[in-house]
Ligand binder design. Structure first.
Ligand code: NAD
Length: 273
């Protein structure tokens, strides 16, 4: 059973969840169904992933009650703006077959579009109306977060950003901790590229665990929310089997040493639109 964190709006979020980027819609129901059976309760999708329908199918078919699941989806960049956000939200909910959502995220600031503050006001309305329990952002930098706070007065519950041992986002995490914003790690395994790292492999061997499990344990121990993705049933289960060991201070020091300011894999949030 995963641990939970309490967000700045009082809602509780499972710390370990299941991400479905690049999972085709026709495979999403099986993958999410497998994840729910393995114990995952947080599912992370997005409108742009094209698999909300498949995710919705798995939620409807799950033996777990809806209120025990925590569903996140995200607004894509081309739907930013007050009215278009409200419409895009309705469309996502229809595909997911849900009445209410647990967490809605602005997928990217896409600052060149000049619309993320208006988008955020629409998010605040969805929360006020009780259609979303928690609202947050993704890929926001400190400057974007400061602007939201300044112009709306509403602090996001979560910022979901690229974060893994090779790109640890120390400055952003420090800022968010002070601001009461929970940090959620995307591509937590570096999209699989970290699994052959010799430092991580040695730590895994010492604990009799896999490299993926060591990395996920590191995210949890760092107070992060983490959403690894796999479509392979054995790996989906493996990635959830991380609650029976602890990293030592030496292990953590070794992982701290892997941080690299050039370790980003995905797009730069200041440029992507
Ligand atoms: P990830 O770091 O979770 O790595 C996934 C890949 O690692 C898999 O495709 C597989 O190849 C490999 N893998 C996973 N478990 C393994 C295991 N136990 N053993 C061996 N290999 C294993 O990468 P990700 O999918 O990019 O990120 C996770 C989730 O984060 C996504 O599915 C999505 O939900 C979210 N995400 C969000 C954004 C955003 O902009 N907000 C961007 C990227 C990803």
């Amino acid at each position: 059973m995963t641990t939970s964190l309490v967000l700045n709006d009082g809602q509780s979020i499972p710390q370990l969840g299941f991400g479905v980027w690049q999972v085709p819609n026709d495979g999403a129901a099986v993958a999410v169904g497998t994840a729910i059976k393995a114990g995952y309760r947080l599912i992370d999708t997005a409108a742009i992933y094209g698999n909300e329908t498949g995710v919705g199918e798995a939620i409807a078919a799950a033996s777990v009650p809806r209120e025990d699941l925590f569903i996140t989806t995200k607004l894509w960049n081309d739907r930013q703006g007050y009215d278009s956000t409200l419409r895009a939200f309705d469309e996502s909910m229809k595909r997911l077959r849900l009445e209410g959502l647990d967490l809605y995220l602005i997928h990217w600031p896409a600052a060149q579009r000049g619309a993320y503050v208006d988008t955020w006001r629409a998010f605040a309305r969805l929360k006020e109306e009780g259609r979303v329990r928690s609202i947050g952002v993704s890929n926001f930098t400190i400057a974007h977060l400061e602007r939201l706070q300044r112009e709306s007065g509403i602090v996001p519950a979560v910022n979901q950003v690229e974060l893994h041992p090779r790109f640890q986002q120390t400055a952003l995490r420090r800022f968010q901790e002070k601001a009461g914003i929970a940090t959620e790690s995307w591509s937590p395994l570096g999209q699989g590229t970290l699994l052959q790292d010799p430092v991580l492999k040695a730590i895994a061997a010492r604990h009799g665990k896999t490299t993926a499990q060591v990395i996920i344990r590191w995210h949890l121990d760092s107070g992060l929310i983490v959403i690894p993705k796999s479509v392979t049933p054995a790996r989906i289960r493996e990635n959830f089997d991380v609650f029976d060991f602890e990293l030592s201070p030496e292990d953590k020091a070794g992982i701290a040493g892997l941080d690299d300011p050039r370790g980003r894999i995905g797009p730069d949030p200041d440029r992507f639109s």
